[in-house]
Design a protein around this ligand. Structure first.
Ligand code: DX5
Ligand code: ZN
Length: 214
């Protein structure tokens, strides 16, 4: 049985007081902190670099779940691991299979969990061969780039199909709220990355409990 974990995505936090925002979700019961790294190439947005990750590392005890939405992620694996990432996710759309093997070895040596992610339009078949090498899969339920988008329902089928063949953690990212969390958990996911639903809620603790309890 995989433990349910809630990972607030700081993309929807108020960056003018990021430290307080992180403390707020930590106190509200977050299990992980989801950090979206975007390069303006793989996705049409630019967000956070390694310096921010390393500064966040100093102010929270939450494990840092760093989601790399960048081209050529191999170049940045050591940099983000040095910054204090506990989990690093790369997109299947951005790497060759030999690059994946290299990243997997690098992260194993460093004790950082390795995740593979796939966009809504990418079939599950693309990640089947790499599954033995990863610690978790992150299924995108929106097209990556922005917070506050609507959950794409076809993600549910992907989660179910993956759960039938994969025992480790399945994370889902994008458009999660109290109305769809139950279905996502029932489909077999156990890590929920949610940005706007948690950070824009009047009470982050209530929001986290609502999605945790489906
Ligand atoms: C989207 C990011 C998500 C985003 C989710 O590209 O990877 O982590 O912050 O935000 P919500 O929960 O608002 O869809
Ligand atoms: Zn993300």
């Amino acid at each position: 049985m995989n433990i349910i974990k809630i990972a607030p995505s700081i993309l929807s936090a108020d960056f003018s007081c990021l430290g307080n925002e992180i403390k707020r979700v930590e106190a509200a019961g977050a299990d992980l902190l989801h950090i979206d790294v975007m390069d303006g190439h793989f996705v049409p947005n630019i967000t956070i670099g390694p310096q921010v990750v390393s500064d966040i590392r100093k102010i929270t005890r939450l494990p840092l779940d760093v989601h790399l939405m960048i081209k050529n992620p191999g170049k940045f694996i050591d940099i983000f691991a040095d910054a204090g990432s506990d989990m690093l996710t790369v997109h299947i759309e951005t790497v060759s299979s030999s690059q994946l093997s290299a990243i997997s070895c690098q992260l194993k040596k460093r004790g950082v969990k390795f995740g593979i992610s796939l966009n809504p339009g990418t079939p599950l078949a693309k990640i089947i061969k790499i599954l033995p090498k990863v610690d978790f899969v992150l299924i995108m339920s929106v097209n990556p780039g922005f917070g506050g988008q609507e959950f794409i329902p076809s993600a549910l089928k992907k989660i179910k199909q993956l759960r039938a063949i994969f025992e480790k953690d399945i994370s889902v990212d994008g458009g999660i709220n109290a109305l769809n969390a139950k279905k996502i958990l029932e489909a077999g996911a156990n890590i929920l990355a949610a940005g706007s639903y948690i950070f824009k809620a009047p009470d982050a603790k209530v929001a986290i409990e609502r999605i945790r309890n489906g």
